[in-house]
Design a protein around this ligand. Structure first.
Ligand SMILES: Nc1nc2c(ncn2[C@@H]2O[C@H](COP(=O)(O)OP(=O)(O)OP(=O)(O)O)[C@@H](O)[C@H]2O)c(=O)[nH]1
Ligand SMILES: [Mg+2]
Length: 222
């Protein structure tokens, strides 16, 4: 008897998203173990292009570098600009060029960590690739995920991109020194953040003037 060719044609559905995220979660756990073993506080800093991630890290380093030995990992598609900016403060940096990837993943971070002597550091700041969407789902194994939004992105970015807030531990509203010039309603922006997560800590900061940095440092337990 002939077998109907349809009986021979089978389909298997592979949830690539699930497999990718699952593998990344495992790699993130390994990173978390590595950080813990070396008593390192690791912080992932995410946010759209130009929100002030590097400026924030520069400000944090200025405040903290007398107290801690700091390493900055800079995720960037191709350049070393941000790593060089932070290195100019006398902080060790390591560039991770992601090529075409719009976010860091846990494996990239682990490869980078293998290039340094982790016993030399107490704090690791990781600047993720400038993008409010892609980095959200990829854990890196850090202690805290910080999202930087800034008032120069306009008033609607939280409503348009709520997902990153859902994956974050702390939100920073940066560039508050420009509030009057831009006639920006920060309370309304914070209300949008509260719509997504009613309890997430929100800090209003100027990475340029240093306003609000002390409170943020407290929240980071540094
Ligand atoms: N006025 C003001 N300008 C700021 C502040 N923070 C950052 N900037 C400026 O905003 C621009 C972008 O800042 P960056 O720190 O390069 O932003 P970024 O998020 O690291 O950008 P990418 O790495 O390209 O995604 C720079 O010209 C900064 O000087 C701030 O608090 N106030
Ligand atoms: Mg940057």
């Amino acid at each position: 008897m002939m077998t109907n060719h349809k009986d021979r044609s089978r389909t298997v559905n592979i949830d690539i998203q699930k497999d990718l995220f699952g593998a990344n979660e495992n790699a993130a756990k390994l990173n978390a173990d590595i950080f813990k073993k070396h008593d390192i506080v690791a912080i992932d800093i995410m946010g759209s292009v130009g929100t002030g991630k590097t400026q924030l890290i520069e400000s944090l380093c200025e405040h903290l570098q007398d107290k801690y030995r700091i390493l900055m990992l800079a995720g960037d598609l191709a350049t070393t600009i941000d790593a060089d900016r932070v290195a100019s403060h006398g902080v060790d940096t390591l560039q991770i060029n992601t090529g075409t990837a719009c976010h860091l993943d846990a494996r990239m971070v682990r490869v980078a960590l293998q290039k340094v002597n982790l016993a030399d550091y107490q704090v690791v700041f990781i600047e993720n690739v400038g993008n409010l969407i892609c980095p959200a789902g990829y854990s890196l194994g850090v202690d805290k995920k910080v999202v930087v939004v800034s008032i120069t992105e306009g008033p609607y970015m939280i409503r348009k991109h709520p997902l990153t807030i859902k994956h974050a531990d702390i939100v920073i509203i940066n560039k508050i020194d420009l509030t009057n010039v831009l006639e920006f309603d920060i309370d309304a922006l914070e209300a949008d953040i509260r719509e997504v997560d009613a309890t997430i800590p929100v800090f209003r900061v100027s990475s340029k003037t240093g306003e609000g940095i002390d409170k943020l440092i407290e929240a980071l337990n540094l």
